[in-house]
Design a protein around this ligand. Structure first.
Ligand SMILES: [Zn+2]
Length: 59
């Protein structure tokens, strides 16, 4: 099972997008929104309110 590298949502088969970094690490994104936030805006999931990782960190 693959989870979105940014928001932590589970990707359904046939959805989402894989992004491979130069160093060979693969990232998965459920939506363009997640991709943009991580790659363009350089946001951290733990500091971004709408991600699942943020909610975990808040506990
Ligand atoms: Zn996502």
């Amino acid at each position: 099972m693959v989870k979105c590298s940014f928001c932590g949502d589970i990707l359904k088969p046939g959805t989402g997008k894989m992004f491979v970094l130069i160093e060979g690490k693969a990232l998965y994104f459920c939506t363009m929104k997640c991709e943009k936030n991580m790659l363009k805006l350089k946001r951290k999931p733990y500091e971004t309110r709408w991600t699942k990782l943020y909610k975990k960190a808040e506990k």
